[in-house]
Design a binder for this molecule. Structure first.
Ligand code: AMP
Length: 302
């Protein structure tokens, strides 16, 4: 098993969906990712929170054996995101992004983080993703995520990150925005031209498309969930399941491993969306995943 280093947001989210609303609930790409990946592997977090960050929220990650040596607490307020979902729930509408303590964050990796084999650059400023990646000595497998906010305001840095990763995990609309492609199929092929050897495009209730340089397309539906309470974090959970599974493998990674990793990510994300914030995700066990996996087999098999 290898350790996974993740840099991303640790946030308080205010979210409205047709099922209700929550104010300043725990969120952030690094939180969802870590809770998901720690089911399979040891995770090391790089990030920053403000004085308002609750002790219970540290404890949640600590209870999953997540290494928080690279998580700083500084004067100021924790990252805050406000979003809303309407209609088909596949896309969040951002109402407000307050970077707060992330605005002046200069990550300095603890010494023992620098040998991490797996690195995930979760959704955060591309300049920060680069700063972190530059401090890792010899990463074996690097992934990234991003979103419309960064595609719009930090495109040049984002293109630099894309050149340095093995895999990109990104939402459908954002993949189309990044590549100016008309659909996810075409966007996937265009992202490969930007640097990575694999890209996974997440399509909400419609599942995902993976495209690898070696074998081309791999496409599957999502596990069917009739009532989606809050889709926030589904993408980060997918990435956490994907990376967690890969880091638990002993041998050199194959495309088959990547395919299996997509399925784990997707099954885990189907839990996250069944409650607000990290409520459902923080309770999921490997047993729950196995159970849903066998139901999923029936969904996709003739
Ligand atoms: P997703 O998995 O795409 O639904 O990600 C949801 C999480 O992303 C939320 O918990 C937010 O706190 C976080 N988030 C929203 N906007 C940003 C941003 N611009 N940078 C980093 N994290 C963000």
């Amino acid at each position: 098993m290898s350790d996974i280093l993740v840099v991303g947001s640790l946030a308080y989210d205010s979210i409205e969906t047709p099922s209700g609303r929550v104010d300043r609930a725990l969120g952030g790409s690094a939180n969802y990712f870590s809770l998901a990946a720690s089911l399979w592997a040891r995770v090391r977090v790089v990030g920053v929170v403000g004085q308002d960050y609750n002790e219970a929220d540290y404890k949640l990650l600590q209870s999953r054996n997540v290494d928080l040596a690279g998580l700083e607490k500084v004067p100021g307020k924790t990252f805050h995101w406000e979003g809303k979902y309407e209609g088909d729930m596949n896309e969040a509408q951002t109402l407000r992004t307050e970077l707060n303590v992330f605005e002046h964050f200069n990550p300095k990796l603890p010494e023992h983080y620098k040998d991490s084999a797996f690195v995930f650059l979760a959704n955060i400023a591309p300049a920060l993703q680069l700063e972190v990646l530059n401090q890792v000595k010899n990463p074996q497998f690097v992934g990234m995520d991003t979103m419309n906010f960064w595609i719009e305001i930090a495109n040049a840095d984002l293109l630099k990150v894309l050149k340095r990763v093995n895999v990109v995990l990104i939402n459908e609309t954002e993949a189309e925005m990044l590549t100016r492609a008309e659909n996810a199929i075409s966007a996937a092929a265009k992202i490969i031209e930007m640097g990575p050897e694999a890209v996974v495009i997440k399509r909400g209730e419609y599942g995902f498309i993976m495209y690898t340089k070696a074998e081309g397309y791999f496409v599957l539906p999502a596990f069917p969930i009739a009532k989606v309470t809050d889709p926030t974090g589904a993408g980060d959970t997918f990435a956490g399941g994907f990376f967690g599974y890969l880091a638990s493998r002993q041998d050199k990674l194959t495309v088959k491993d990547l395919k299996q990793a997509c399925i784990f990510g997707s099954i885990l994300a189907s839990h996250t969306i069944q409650d607000f914030s990290v409520k459902a995700l923080s309770k999921v066990t490997l047993g729950d995943i196995e159970k849903r996996m066998s139901e999923y087999q029936k969904v996709i098999t003739v």
